[in-house]
Design a binder for this molecule. Structure first.
Ligand SMILES: [Zn+2]
Length: 360
């Protein structure tokens, strides 16, 4: 499988995030992707490629124009307020909660930071836009490869994307790479697309992008939002709305869940995808389900990810993998490539279910 690698990911390097009442060094660091790239060099799965460039208008298929305009120029605005800002990242500190207006676009920069964000854990830096924009190209390129017949492709990028909604950033995410990939598959003629989110945290942004749509099925296995980020979405009773009713399925699991329970949820999620009649799959590949993750609470070990990859391959769908979270940095390369390698090996053993005629 081809890997589309975002070489500009290092341009986004947050200094501090708000965590449990303190400003602490960011968990979402460039070495996360470096470890995956190094493991792909030890266990090659196919070519590692630069993405092709897609037009900015493609982003507007998922994100609002006023949000994109803000993100593209936010750093310049931040530094224009005070030259000293160049030495520190921008973090939001005020938000339009219930009864406050989110339809007006305030001139004040801090007010717009709050309008377009959901937490204070996601610093916006000098290189955020460049890194996120190239990451979107990676996801779109991987979707393009699968649309053209590849059995699978991998978008290796950061910052991650699945918490970013149509008009907000948060959870270390700015542009929703998985949603962009799913939408691109739709645009290329795939009529029914499924997004499976296996990051420890619920993919609230992706769910929000497709919640009222019948053509994109979203399903997620994650820590119960009753205790785990993002808290305000990801419950089992969220089934979609309007024409999208029935095309959303959440599997919240208690903190501490082991691989047995997790794999049973995966089996049910894949059954839902099959019943939906998906013709292609986008996997939000977070590795923070790992037992050693510093901010998460499931108990998967490195060998479990081999089973995950094989289970995903047995779904028999052309698959776009999009890199998401995972903060046990030293192990993230092995864990990510375990999923991908096992997927590729299983897909070669049982190629019959694939809708694609192309290469692995
Ligand atoms: Zn996560």
């Amino acid at each position: 499988m081809k890997t589309f690698y975002n070489a500009r990911h290092t341009l986004h390097q947050g200094k501090l995030e708000m965590f449990r009442g303190a400003l602490v060094p960011c968990f979402e660091v460039p070495s996360r992707v470096d470890h995956v790239l190094a493991e792909l060099q030890r266990r090659p799965l196919g070519p590692v490629l630069s993405p092709q460039s897609f037009d900015d208008s493609v982003l507007a298929s998922i994100h609002s124009q006023r949000y994109l305009d803000f993100l593209a120029h936010a750093w310049e605005e931040w530094v224009a307020l005070d030259a000293a800002h160049a030495a520190r990242d921008a973090l939001p500190s005020v938000w339009p909660v219930r009864t406050l207006r989110s339809d007006v676009l305030p001139r004040n920069f801090a007010a717009r930071m709050g309008l377009f964000s959901m937490d204070a854990g996601t610093p916006l830096t000098a290189g955020t836009w460049a890194a996120a924009r190239t990451g979107a190209d990676c996801a779109l390129s991987a979707a393009q490869a699968v649309a053209e017949g590849d059995k699978a492709a991998f978008a290796l990028t950061r910052p991650p994307g699945h918490h970013a909604g149509p008009d907000f950033f948060g959870g270390y995410c700015f542009l929703n790479n998985a949603a962009l990939a799913a939408q691109h598959l739709r645009r290329q003629g795939v009529e029914r697309v499924a997004v499976l989110d296996i990051d420890y945290h619920h993919g609230n942004g992706t769910q929000a992008c497709f919640y009222d749509r019948p053509d994109v099925y979203f399903t997620s296995i994650h820590g119960d939002p009753d205790t785990e980020y993002p808290f305000y979405l990801g419950y089992a009773d969220e089934l979609g709305s309007g024409a999208g009713l029935g095309a959303n399925r959440n599997f919240p699991l208690p903190r501490g869940a082991g691989f047995g329970d997790w794999r049973e949820a995966l089996r049910e999620a894949l059954q839902g995808i099959k019943t939906f009649g998906a013709q292609a799959l986008v996997v939000s590949l977070g590795l923070d389900t790992f037992a050693g993750d510093p901010i998460s609470g499931f108990q998967l070990d490195s060998s479990d990810y081999l089973q995950v990859g094989a289970d995903l391959a047995r779904a028999g769908l052309p698959t776009v993998f999009v890199f998401e979270g995972g903060y046990a940095v030293a192990e993230i390369g092995v864990n990510a490539v375990n999923v991908l390698q096992a997927f590729q090996q299983q897909a070669i053993r049982s190629p019959g279910g694939s809708a694609g005629a192309g290469t692995a």
